[in-house]
Write a protein that binds this ligand. Structure first.
Ligand code: DHB
Ligand code: FE
Length: 302
């Protein structure tokens, strides 16, 4: 059976793609941000996931105001990054899909009353590509297969925090019942507090962000009580992207522990947050430990 081994939640600022392309990781502005990923690389090296299921918000590349699904699940052989005008070079190789898992998720979600849009063709934007480049910086080809799940944060009304958390829970249940023996990591891409436009452009709320990072591990349901208007007020109009973090956290089906976090202000206009959470299956406690032991010291085991 597939196992959800953990979640990674991270910000996705386009300027990060530019910094990677220009090799600025050691510059004083960027170093504290990029250094935060070293522990994540070690964790991924240990875990060696087969698939990542990525909750992200398309910013107007694949979906625009004329047609805006609330939830969309990719079911394509691969997903291409396309230029959105942020000046990120199209340096990313196409992201390989895991079509069987995609359709299993879609079947299970619709059965669970999440009537998602299915996308057998899908371009992905910086919100998908930048986290992938941060997680696997040296990859000439991506070492994991992917399932993108897009959540609308562009055209109001947006799905509520509670609804996104429940979507994540439904995705978690679906992954847990996929018959193939796969190690799955879920990713939540977005946030933390930021606002790009209007009189509050540059708005950041460190206190709120740190509270969210703490609650996300042990009491995520507390965060689902915020309305989207409250989230915009507290975290900025794009800070509402924390919905992706809630969806990813919802997908963790077992005992959850935080194994790494980093918070750095600012990257561009954004308070950047990073978290790694492990998922210890309640049904088969110790299974993750067994997986880790089995994959330790076996380079190229995939
Ligand atoms: C920025 C942040 C985002 O989340 C985004 O999608 C685009 C830009 C920024 O801070 O520049
Ligand atoms: Fe964004």
């Amino acid at each position: 059976m597939a196992r959800i081994v953990g979640a990674i939640t991270t910000s996705h600022v386009p300027a990060i793609g530019g910094a990677i392309a220009r090799g600025l990781q050691q510059e004083p502005y960027w170093k504290p941000f990029f250094d935060g990923f070293q522990a994540v690389h070690r964790w991924l090296q240990k875990i060696r996931p087969d698939v990542v299921v990525v909750f992200y918000n398309d910013h107007g590349l694949n979906f625009f105001l004329d047609k805006m699904p609330t939830f969309a699940v990719g079911a394509a052989d691969d997903y291409r990054y396309a230029d959105e005008g942020w000046g990120i070079p199209a340096m990313f190789p196409a992201f390989p899909g895991q079509v069987q898992l995609s359709w299993h998720l879609i079947e299970s979600l619709v059965r669970d009353e999440f009537d998602v849009t299915t996308c057998q063709e899908m371009l992905v934007d910086h919100a998908f590509a930048v986290p992938m480049a941060l997680l696997w910086p040296a990859a000439a080809t991506w070492p994991v297969k992917t399932v993108p799940i897009a959540i609308n944060t562009v055209q109001h009304p947006l799905p509520s925090a509670a609804r996104c958390f429940k979507l994540g829970q439904a995705v978690g249940r679906a992954i847990d019942t996929f018959p193939e023996d796969l190690k799955v990591v879920v990713v939540g891409s977005g946030g933390l507090s930021h606002q790009l436009e209007g009189p509050r452009a540059g708005f950041i709320n460190k206190e709120f962000d740190l509270m969210c990072m703490e609650k996300l591990v042990g009491d995520p349901v507390a965060l689902t009580r915020y309305s989207n208007v409250q989230l915009v007020d507290l975290a900025g109009s794009q800070g509402v992207e924390i919905l992706m973090w809630l969806a990813a956290r919802g997908a963790l089906t077992g005992d959850v522990s935080s194994v790494h976090s980093n918070y750095h202000i600012p990257i561009s206009n954004t308070a950047s947050g990073l978290m790694v959470m492990e998922n210890h299956s309640v049904l088969a406690r110790g299974r993750l430990d067994a997986v880790l032991e089995a994959s330790d010291g076996r380079p190229g085991h995939r």
